[in-house]
Design a protein around this ligand. Structure first.
Ligand code: GLU
Length: 480
């Protein structure tokens, strides 16, 4: 059975790159009806950020990336929080020492600092690699703090085959004797994740490509224990567009890159998921770019993952989001809008009609306030706004005639719904010998004060109601 995991460190917000890793990991498992595990990697105690685990869990819940095993959910391989598994790692580290693949290191911080100041890139000089058994025992007995380091082979190469990037090979002489267990008794990421992936039966390790070149060290651990190596699926880098057109690793300076910030800015989780699914993966045959999570489960295969860096394009995400919003049914849109509308909406406004007009004109929910402003307050405008080539309006006297006639019929119109309004204004066309379009143009400018609006004249009047309509036309006439 395919088993994958998402193994975030709770060190901050949910970066969009992490969410993509979670998504791909989830999809690889679910494509095969396999298991998806959430594991919290919190052994770097200094980098922990309060509340970060909750953000991770809520993000997975909101996006529908439900895990089969993990904190709270439970499962046969728990606990799923690494700090609760401390004893397990020490046991395995000692096994490695016994087998000759790891060793105790008693070097003091001062010694290591001195080493570093002499040669910043040199790394550890393997000073404790060959301590005698007696020396080690004596040090342990006298309680000298220690770390446990991996004993890297000094010659030869270590290779593995990544499902996306192909064969990766490293000279063993380049591998540092990395720390497996720290002096505080916690394992490093480098060690803990290997032990856990093995114990949790993970078949596919899915993660960012920053781990591509450290993986030879990890496969050496599998080999040392005699465990079968998992499949590695390293994901392409995520880049952001810089102002000068170049690209660099996606970061805050490119815009909102946390899931929470995007949601707060009015992006829909479904749109975000759909968009990031395509950041590094492409379906084999598909006419469309729009996929639900269920469709992705069916379509997603590892051979569709590309190794070329993917560029996060905010414009494209915005477009995706707009498409998702436009397709929402009205009730759902009203519901979602609530959180975003800060404007207090006066009683004359037909709110539902207004939102329906706006639904297909916003690309994200945070645009609502700004886009609805003209319904609530008539903007300042100059009378020249009435001029229009297409409708052949170049004479303000004509505009005045139209608005006077409109004011008269609208005063006598009692039901302010779109159809009735249209039927009231229609006869003016024949009466004034003008095209309906030209009449509607004049009325729309008068009731909106804007050249481009969501909705036509009658739709806007339906939203703002009779009194406001008459008052706005009156104001226009006063201008002319
Ligand atoms: N805790 C690691 C991280 O957040 C996980 C890497 C991995 O998936 O192995 O980067």
């Amino acid at each position: 059975m395919t088993v994958t995991r998402f193994a975030p460190s709770p060190t901050g917000y949910m970066h969009i790159g992490n969410l993509r890793t979670a998504l791909y990991s989830y999809l690889i498992a679910k494509h095969d009806d396999g298991n998806f595990i959430l594991r919290i990697e919190d052994t770097d105690r200094e980098r922990l950020v309060e509340g970060a685990t909750d953000v991770i869990k809520s993000t997975l819940a909101i996006t529908g990336l439900n895990y089969d095993e993990g904190p709270e959910v439970g499962g046969e391989h728990g606990p799923y929080v690494q700090s609760e598994r401390k004893a397990i790692y020490m046991e395995y580290a000692k096994k490695l020492v016994d087998m000759g693949y790891a060793y105790y290191c008693f070097c003091t911080k001062e010694r290591l600092e001195e080493l570093h100041s002499e040669d910043a890139t040199g790394g550890y000089d393997r000073h404790c690699r060959n301590l005698s058994k007696e020396e080690i025992e004596k040090n342990l007995a006298s309680g000298i703090p220690f770390v446990i380091r991996q004993k890297m082979p000094l010659e030869g190469t270590t290779s593995y085959v990544d499902s996306v990037f192909g064969e990766i090979s490293m000279n063993n002489s380049e591998l540092q004797d990395q720390i497996l267990m720290k002096a505080d008794g916690y394992p490093t990421y480098n060690f803990a994740h290997v032990i856990d992936d093995y114990l949790m039966g993970v078949t596919h390790v899915v993660r960012g490509s920053e781990y591509l070149t450290s993986t030879p060290k990890y496969v050496l651990l599998y080999d040392a224990f005699g465990w079968e190596r998992p499949n590695y699926v390293h994901l392409p880098l995520l880049m952001g567009k810089n102002e000068d057109g170049s690209v660099s690793k996606l970061s805050k300076r490119h815009g909102a890159v946390s899931f929470q910030d995007l949601v707060r800015d009015g992006y829909l989780p479904e749109a975000i998921i759909n968009y990031i699914a395509l950041l590094g993966w492409c379906p084999k045959q598909s006419e469309t770019e729009f996929f639900t999570l269920d469709e992705l489960k069916t379509l997603f295969t590892i051979d569709g993952v590309s190794k070329s860096p993917a560029v996060f394009d905010f414009e494209k995400l915005l477009w995706f989001n707009g498409e998702y919003i436009h397709k929402l049914d009205d009730e759902k849109f009203y519901e979602l809008s609530k959180e975003f509308i800060k404007t207090s909406i006066p009683a004359n406004i037909n709110k539902d009609r207004m939102l329906t007009l706006l639904k297909t004109r916003v690309s994200k929910l945070s645009e609502l306030d700004e886009k609805m402003e003209f319904f609530i307050n008539l903007p300042e405008y100059e009378k020249e706004l009435f001029f229009n080539k297409k409708n052949k309006i170049s004479d303000l006297g004509v505009v005045k005639t139209v608005l006077e006639a409109a004011l008269e019929v609208l005063s006598d119109t009692n039901s302010f719904d779109n159809d009735t309004l249209f039927n009231s204004l229609m006869p003016l066309s024949e009466k004034l010998g003008m095209k309906t379009g030209a009449i509607m143009w004049c009325v729309r400018i008068a009731v909106s004060g804007m050249a481009a609006t969501p909705g036509g004249a009658t739709e806007i009047m339906e939203v703002i109601g009779k009194d406001e309509t008459l008052s706005r036309i009156g104001k226009a006439l006063a201008k002319l």
